[in-house]
Design a protein around this ligand. Structure first.
Ligand SMILES: Cc1cc2nc3c(=O)[nH]c(=O)nc-3n(C[C@H](O)[C@H](O)[C@H](O)COP(=O)(O)O)c2cc1C
Length: 173
């Protein structure tokens, strides 16, 4: 479904090792969206980075992230992606949601993870944003390419349907 770019979409993600970033870029291209990566001043590379990630998640630590590059409130739908850390969202995405949740109109969530296990990531993101997502998409590590494409197609389609409704309302106004 090709859409006229009336409604605005922002894809926001955090990525430590690149998987969530790659998915964010693919989604942004398909949704004609702007992209914003959440950056931490210190980074989280290597074993120290992993240990910090574990500790920050376990103890719900406040982490410092770079300022927003885009005016989040200008977007109709914000698509937010995170790697799964200990069954929930990553600390930098938690920090971003805390700072921006009031500016969000509609949200969609995606995550990448290693294992094919149920997680609390979307439940926790919905609690933090106090919004039910338009669509959700979890991509596990060893999922077959074909299955991943099917999940991504369904995710994009659900968001596009929402955008079409927003566009219709805008045209009618
Ligand atoms: C601290 C930490 C905790 C993780 N916890 C989980 C987990 O609970 N379940 C899981 O399937 N993968 C877990 N992973 C793996 C990441 O979710 C997975 O590698 C993800 O795709 C990485 O995304 P990125 O490349 O965008 O950083 C964890 C990784 C790290 C660093």
């Amino acid at each position: 479904m090709e859409r006229a770019p009336v409604s605005k979409v922002l894809v926001v993600c955090y990525s430590r090792t690149g998987r969530t970033r790659a998915l964010a870029a693919a989604l942004a291209e398909r949704l004609h969206a702007d992209v914003e990566e959440i950056i931490e001043p210190g980074g989280r590379s290597g074993l120290i980075g992993v240990l910090r990630a574990l500790a920050d998640t376990l103890f719900h630590c406040d982490v410092r992230i770079g300022g927003a590059l885009n005016d989040v409130s200008a977007y109709d739908v914000v698509v937010i992606g995170t790697p799964v850390w200990m069954g929930t969202l990553s600390a930098p995405v938690r920090a971003w949601l805390a700072g921006n949740r009031r500016k969000l109109r509609h949200v969609a969530f995606f995550s990448t993870q290693t294992m094919h296990r149920e997680t609390n990531v979307f439940r926790d993101m919905a609690r933090l944003t106090r919004k039910q997502p338009v669509a959700r998409c979890a991509i596990a590590g060893h999922v077959r390419m074909q299955d991943a494409s099917r999940l991504i197609d369904a995710f994009v389609e659900r968001i596009e349907r929402k955008l079409a409704r927003i566009d219709n309302l805008k045209w009618a106004a």
